[in-house]
Design a binder for this molecule. Structure first.
Ligand code: NAP
Length: 308
């Protein structure tokens, strides 16, 4: 079946694009992806999405946006795009073992946080382990915070988190930093930040309490290990955009993010992008939703101009 629009990804960007394209009668098919619900499905309370004065649980928020899209006729398919052919139209996507065709595509497949792969890390996501200081910093007022990483994101998050935490420990595996000089200097000049270099985390505890209480650290030079009390554990070691099936088909930057060609447009006419798959700067639920709306409007106008 040839679709007017297929949306790849079911986070805030994809689900919002689904609401708009469904209300435009385009009967979108949404490919849910390997992390249905996107980054919000990994969070707990979201307090900065407008319209919810008491806040709302991340998974509930993204599920509500999906229900809103389904209400207008959007269809969801569980599965992951494993292959794509964007060289001619209609565009073709292989979802698991089945090919699907569409006149337009909206790529909203997001970027997944890179994790440390510690034994207990995944169990504690949303319970003290986070990949987003903007989202979760507020919950650690007066608490002990730890940030992992040596890039600009880690520096930015460590500085930001000193607004909340009593103390912020910044843990980096080397003693040289990938971060820009100015960002590093801000960290060095911040009396609330303690720098632990040549140090890695062996594990985070306590999964049995469903709460972060401490971490086990190791100095990679001396081999010494020790434990340290922590309440908020922020992993800031980069993101991986989910663009593997599109490599060589649309323009991506060296890190794999989709390059915007103005608004929601990409290098391929009829293929649009929305959310964290293109945005390495803002990465918020509300900006992803806004981008999903933009991509839907672009797809709708594009189809209308072609007489569909
Ligand atoms: P990044 O520059 O790739 O840095 C990732 C950091 O995480 C590196 O220090 C790396 O250590 C460390 N790391 C990676 N895997 C690790 C592991 N398994 N265990 C321990 N540490 C690990 O990523 P980013 O900081 O997210 O920045 C991404 C891009 O966005 C950069 O171009 C950055 O400049 C930009 N950015 C800019 C701003 C700004 O200007 N305001 C803010 C944020 C981000 P090694 O160094 O040892 O490899």
């Amino acid at each position: 079946m040839l679709r007017d629009v297929i949306i790849i990804g079911s986070g805030c960007a994809g689900n919002t694009a689904a609401i708009y394209t469904a209300r435009a009668n385009l009967k979108p098919l949404v490919i849910a992806g390997h992390e249905p619900g996107g980054q919000l499905s990994l969070t707990t309370l979201v307090e900065n999405f407008p319209g919810f004065p008491e806040g709302i649980d991340g998974p509930a928020l993204v599920e509500n946006i999906k229900k809103q899209a389904e209400h207008f006729g959007a269809e969801y398919l569980h599965g992951t795009v494993v292959e794509a052919n964007l060289s001619k139209r209609p565009f073709r996507l292989k979802v698991d073992n089945e090919w699907h065709e569409a006149r337009t595509l909206i790529i909203a497949s997001g970027a997944s946080a890179r994790w440390l792969n510690l034994p207990n890390e995944q169990k504690l996501i949303g319970h003290g382990v986070s990949s987003c200081a903007t989202c979760d910093g507020f919950f650690y007022r007066g608490k002990q915070i730890m940030v992992i990483g040596g890039g600009d994101t880690a520096m930015e998050e460590a500085n930001f988190l000193t607004r909340f935490g009593e103390k912020v420990a910044l843990v980096h595996r080397r003693d040289a930093f990938r971060a820009s000089k100015i960002m590093l200097e801000r960290v060095l000049n911040n009396p609330k930040i303690e720098l632990l270099t040549n140090t890695v985390v062996d594990d985070v505890y306590d999964a049995s309490q469903n709460l972060v209480t401490k971490v086990k650290l190791r100095n990679v030079k001396t081999g010494e290990t020790w434990e340290r009390s922590v309440d908020g554990f922020f992993v800031a070691i980069g993101h991986i955009p989910n663009t593997a099936p599109f490599v060589g088909q649309i323009e991506l930057d060296p890190d794999g993010y989709v390059i915007s060609k103005g608004g929601a447009r990409t290098s391929v006419t009829g293929v649009f992008q929305a959310g964290d798959v293109q945005d390495r700067t803002y990465r918020q639920a509300i900006t992803a939703s806004g981008a999903g709306c933009m991509a839907a409007i672009e797809a709708e106008r594009f189809l209308e101009a072609e007489g569909h």
